[in-house]
Design a protein around this ligand. Structure first.
Ligand code: NAP
Length: 228
């Protein structure tokens, strides 16, 4: 049975990705900041292939404990999904620098820490997929002119992943950055047009189809390239 590791899996897109991969016959390692959260616990009770583990992507000890589970096992797919987006400012320049630092910790350094820690496990799979849930707001050329904290964190994680794409392809690891669309989640709000379950299905089919020829791409859920 192939294995997928998903970060931030207790709600929103992460939970729906865990549901989609469990239905697709994967062993799902659901990394959760709050592992007791109802949604993921309910899924784990329904699907024995879902294992819930505590994971704070900002904490190296927490990430190392996750990697230890795979010290002699392959990981076929890693999805860096955990993310934060604070909106406490009324004008963009009133952004809290403390929030900005935390945003970079979660959205940029978090995916780097988890990816680095799982590199050997991904390489062990032979052909593995390393996927980071980015955002259209990570596009520098299409900057929305707001949310300096969130936008810079997603642009930076795109840069990190492009670097990994150059270096890790030799180990059979394809790196993808995917904008999931504007979704009805805690982050996206109720006015968003897309259900996270819909995005999760589209993302899973893109990942299923991806080959080494897609390595380093930044795309949306239709598979169309996003402007850098
Ligand atoms: N929603 C959108 O419209 C939209 C658009 C573009 C991109 N995205 C991206 O899509 C991804 C999923 O977002 P979403 O809409 O599903 O957001 P969400 O509902 O707020 O879920 C985010 C998840 O990340 C977890 N998380 C936060 N900090 C963490 C940490 N330090 N360690 C581990 N997990 C942590 C959260 O845990 P808690 O539940 O404990 O807070 C939550 O489970 C994010 O990367 C986001 O930036 C979303």
């Amino acid at each position: 049975m192939p294995t997928v590791v998903i970060t931030g899996a207790e709600q929103g897109l992460g939970l729906e990705l865990a549901r989609a991969y469990a239905a697709g016959g994967y062993d799902v390692l659901a990394g959760c900041l709050k592992p007791d959260a109802t949604g993921i616990q309910t899924l784990a009770k329904e699907q024995s292939s879902v294992t819930v583990v505590p994971l704070d992507v900002t904490k190296e000890g927490s990430v190392a404990a996750l990697a230890d589970r795979f010290s002699d096992r392959p990981v076929d797919v890693l999805i860096n999904n955990a993310g934060v987006h604070f909106r406490k400012w009324s004008v963009p320049e009133k952004v809290s620098f403390a929030d900005w630092e935390l945003t970079l910790q979660v959205n940029t350094l978090g995916p780097a820490k988890v990816s680095f820690a799982l590199r050997d496990s991904l390489a062990r799979a032979g052909t593995a997929k390393l996927v980071t849930i980015s955002s259209d707001w990570g596009s520098v050329s299409n900057h929305p002119g707001t949310a300096y904290d969130y936008c810079s964190s997603k642009a930076a994680v795109n840069s990190v992943m492009r670097g990994l794409a150059m270096n890790w392809v030799k180990q059979g690891i394809s790196v993808l950055m995917i904008h999931p669309g504007w979704m009805q989640t805690t982050m996206g709000g109720v006015g968003a047009p897309t259900a996270p379950s819909e995005s999760a299905q589209l993302i899973k089919s893109i990942i299923d189809r991806a080959t080494l020829a897609d390595n380093g791409r930044y795309i949306d859920t239709t598979g169309t390239d996003m402007p850098w």
